[in-house]
Ligand binder design. Structure first.
Ligand code: ZN
Length: 167
């Protein structure tokens, strides 16, 4: 990644997909009346949208490249903030939700930090490190919330009256 428009196109894809994914997870939790976790995912979606708005502001007047999904350069491994759907259990506790979100935010932070570290263009370096710092704030916030929501006891996913029980 060499130019600011290339970088911004990646940031827009990353932040909008992140917001959508958090909304999906929030919706799934609402279906199961898991309100506390739903609210938490909604809040993370709002943070991603705030960041997206900021990225869009930076992109005003710049011709951004268009990429097919496979053309994005996310660096090592997968697309950042792409946490697996199987992490979303319908009885997941705030602890599990926070853990999943933390993983997502850390990989976004890593992505931005790597771009910043590799950038030769000083403006790109500054922009990418500002974004990495913003994700770092989300990481700190999630770590703080995790202290307030310790791991549940084993058997948290045991359902006395599972939805499929017909008796
Ligand atoms: Zn974030």
């Amino acid at each position: 990644m060499k130019t600011i428009p290339e970088f911004l196109a990646h940031a827009i894809a990353l932040e909008s997909q992140t917001a959508e994914r958090y909304d999906e997870l929030a919706g799934a939790m609402e279906v199961h009346h898991n309100t506390e976790v739903a609210e938490l995912f909604h809040r993370m979606a709002r943070y991603a949208r705030m960041h997206l708005a900021e990225v869009n502001d930076h992109a005003i007047g710049l011709p951004l490249p268009h990429y097919a999904p496979w053309e994005y350069e996310w660096g090592e491994g997968e697309e950042p903030e792409n946490f697996p759907h199987q992490d979303a259990h319908y009885k997941m506790t705030p602890f599990h939700a926070l853990k999943a979100a933390l993983k997502a935010e850390i990989s976004a932070q890593d992505f931005y930090a790597t771009v910043a570290a590799d950038a030769e263009d000083l403006k790109l370096k500054a922009l990418a490190s500002a974004y990495a710092q913003e994700e770092g704030e989300h990481v700190l916030l999630l770590q703080k919330w995790l202290q307030e929501h310790p791991a549940p006891d084993e058997g948290w996913d045991h359902d006395m009256d599972p939805p499929s029980s017909g008796e």
